[in-house]
Design a protein around this ligand. Structure first.
Ligand SMILES: [Zn+2]
Ligand SMILES: [Zn+2]
Length: 281
């Protein structure tokens, strides 16, 4: 199928990361296997099948296509999407959807769920999405998708299936929960967003932002003026902290041609963090 809105695809450890992010233009990601997506600053037709969305913040390049997702899912006969977003954004987004309803008499049905740092949202049996605070404005949220497994407790491992079942029926906790951070989505943030959430460094896959790249005056000024974004140098300073198997760096400023961006990063980090760092533009 023709890709009317482009996106890139990266496969790692049984998961597919699809999406694209360009600072100030568009940001949208999804992990089809987990049935979750992050941000709706764009919405390729293929992304309509994803039912659960997590919005990092309300800048236009991260939410502008939210109404399209909602309207088109209804048009295709799919269930209303669940859209998790900062609390303070729920009412404004409801009003926006109501206005779209007036404009095209379409049905814009979505479950809008306000979230705040510390919340944990269960998506199916094996997935919990944790909401964390990053450092952006007006409110910046990051999300960590935890893979959940239940493991039989040590003390019961010698028992037969039937004995275990009997214990469970009698109300004994026979298993314990094992959690593994599978995908972390940083959203837009200064490096504080990483540092205050060490799990970001531990997640199997990290989707990060890297808005500024060069040491020229404009980028230095942007960082000094406390623009809440990441610079290539923040990655270099933290290289020992990244334990991730895959680090996607995106949200690169449109000031750079993709070839130029790749050249700057490869020159600064020749080993691309042992081959784990991928630029997506
Ligand atoms: Zn942005
Ligand atoms: Zn932003």
């Amino acid at each position: 199928m023709m890709r009317i809105m482009p996106y890139r695809t990266v496969k790692h450890a049984g998961l597919t990361i699809e999406g694209l992010s360009l600072a100030g233009v568009q940001t949208y990601w999804r992990v089809p296997e987990l049935k979750i997506g992050f941000d709706l600053g764009g919405c390729p037709w293929q992304f309509l099948s994803t039912p659960n969305w997590f919005i990092s913040h309300t800048h236009l390049d991260h939410i502008s296509m939210l109404p399209l997702l909602v309207g088109r899912r209804y048009f295709l006969g799919q269930t209303p999407p669940k859209i998790y977003l900062p609390h303070e954004a729920v009412r404004p987004v409801e009003i926006i959807l109501a206005q779209y309803r007036r404009l095209d008499r379409g049905r814009y049905e979505a479950e809008l769920i306000g979230v705040e740092p510390g919340d944990e949202i269960r998506i199916g049996r094996e997935l919990i999405v944790e909401v964390v605070e990053v450092d952006h404005y007006p409110v910046g949220l990051g999300y960590i998708a935890w893979n959940i497994r239940r493991k039989l407790r040590e003390e019961f491992q010698h028992l037969s299936q039937e004995e275990i079942r009997n214990l469970a029926v009698a109300g004994t906790e026979v298993s314990r929960e094992l959690r593994r951070p599978q995908v972390a989505y940083l959203g837009d943030t200064s490096p504080r967003g990483l540092d205050r959430n060490p799990t970001m460094y531990e997640a199997q896959i990290l989707i990060a932002e890297m808005t500024f790249l060069s040491e020229d005056d404009d980028d230095t000024l942007a960082i000094l003026s406390k623009r809440r974004h990441m610079h290539l140098r923040h990655f270099i300073e933290r290289r020992e902290l990244f334990k991730n198997e895959l680090i996607i760096a995106s949200h690169i400023s449109t000031r750079y041609h993709p070839k130029q961006a790749a050249a700057i990063v490869e020159q600064a980090i020749p080993d691309m963090l042992d081959g784990r760092l991928r630029l997506i533009m």
